[in-house]
Design a protein around this ligand. Structure first.
Ligand SMILES: Nc1ncnc2c1ncn2[C@@H]1O[C@H](COP(=O)(O)OP(=O)(O)OP(=O)(O)O)[C@@H](O)[C@H]1O
Ligand SMILES: [Mg+2]
Length: 396
């Protein structure tokens, strides 16, 4: 008695029909299926794959095919070979555009049981022509980039226009007939103030554009944060409001791979904001901690993460502006340019991290807490050790 005989009703017949339908299905579906033996010979090619790759099943059956696949679609043969070698299926792979046709394939691979007499399994490749999708994505990304550039350009022009208009009008009044000396002095002061504003704006804008990690190195992040806290303590805004700053210095080194200057500027803007919003005699708390939970790590593609938290005793960030505070030129601070958090966000992203904002007590909307998550280097890394060896020796 076979296992099928024990299944009640018409089940065996149903299963046979299912197997038949399945074979039929492979021959008729639009998705391409190709099976390669453990020794790289073609075992099966469905009509969709045959059409797309322009290969006749009868010509290639039982013949080595990987090289031909790579020639037709760069990378297809390689992923199949890799799956066979490592025993690991590949979820989603995009081939390089084919030389002649330019088409791009989205490929996944699976391992099949070894064929009779073979020790190693066969590999099935399932793929589709995704050329149009890739093109459409490229166009969408280009449109988004242009949109962002246009938006940024419009905001910058707007920010420049206001002080320029004030300067022009002041100059007109000075050179106009019968300007009193006192008026001239006031108008002169206005010109200086507005020119300073313009110069600060352009300076910050240049900084914002320069957020790039060109030659990444291990950066002693604990030292960066320490230095920033000391700098912000000495800042005139902090001293004016009598704001206290505390930094819970972690007991061990924390190394981040990136650009020290960029990290420094990012952390500085974050801590300075907290000091500027903490309020009279308020306080700012900065902490740096290893993230024990692995939950977030895969999302960042990193095995070790650090969280930098910056809390203050200010009014917090109201819900209605929470989505906008990272936009360039968004500001609610008199004299602010609104480029600080945009720079922080770019700096964090350039290091493979993410930034979030919350209020300490959401119900009362009191005190903001900014959390920055950054992938870190393994503990053993020292600045003297070249990064490649450090990651190889001690890293994930
Ligand atoms: N710690 C904070 N508490 C409350 N609101 C904040 C805090 N940090 C930032 N914000 C809000 O986000 C806005 C944008 O901050 P951002 O640092 O980008 O610009 P800014 O500080 O206003 O100007 P600057 O370009 O000089 O930094 C602030 O104007 C404020 O409304
Ligand atoms: Mg700021």
């Amino acid at each position: 008695m076979t296992e099928l005989d024990t299944i009640p009703g018409d089940a065996p017949a149903d299963l046979r029909r299912l197997r038949f339908d399945f074979g039929d299905l492979l021959d008729t579906i639009g998705t391409c299926v190709l099976i390669v033996d453990s020794d790289g010979r073609l075992a099966y090619l469905n009509p969709a794959a045959s059409d797309l790759l322009d290969l006749r099943s009868a010509d290639w059956l039982d013949r080595p095919i990987l090289r031909e696949l790579n020639r037709a679609t760069p990378g297809l043969g390689c992923v199949i070979e890799r799956t066979a070698r490592t025993g690991l299926p590949i979820r989603r792979f995009e081939t390089a555009p084919a030389e002649e046709s330019g088409f791009v394939l989205g490929v996944s691979t699976a391992l099949l049981k070894p064929r009779e007499g073979a020790l190693t399994p066969s590999v099935a490749a399932i793929f589709q022509d995704i050329t149009e999708k890739v093109r459409a994505e490229g166009l969408r990304r280009r449109a988004e980039r242009l949109e962002a550039v246009a938006e940024l350009g419009a905001s910058l022009a707007h920010e420049i226009k206001n002080p320029l208009t004030s300067i022009r009008s002041a100059v007109e009044q000075i050179v106009g007939v019968r300007a009193e000396p006192e008026d001239t002095r006031l108008l002169g002061a206005l010109i200086v103030r507005e020119s300073d504003r313009l110069s600060r704006l352009l300076g910050e804008f240049i900084d914002f554009g320069r957020v790039r990690v060109i030659d990444p190195r291990p950066v002693d992040f604990r030292a960066v944060v320490s230095e920033v806290v000391n700098l912000v303590r000495a800042h005139p805004d902090t001293r004016r409001d009598g704001v206290e700053l505390a930094f819970d210095v972690p007991p061990r080194d924390v190394y981040v791979r990136g650009a020290e200057e960029v990290l420094h500027r990012g952390v500085f803007n974050l801590v300075l904001n907290a000091a500027q919003w903490a309020g009279r005699n308020g306080s700012v708390n900065v902490s740096l901690e290893d993230l024990k939970s692995d939950l977030l790590s895969p999302a960042f593609g990193a095995f070790q993460l650090i969280r930098l938290s910056v809390r203050d005793t200010g009014p917090g960030v109201q819900d209605d502006i929470r989505d906008r505070i990272f936009d360039p030129f968004f500001t609610r601070r008199s004299g602010g340019t609104g480029l600080g958090l945009a720079l922080v966000q770019r700096a964090v992203e350039a290091h493979g991290g993410a930034i979030f904002v919350d209020n300490v007590r959401p119900s009362e909307c009191t005190g903001a807490v900014f959390s920055v998550y950054l992938p870190t280097l393994p503990h053993a890394v020292s600045v003297r050790q070249p990064i490649s060896t450090a990651v190889r020796d001690g890293g994930p």
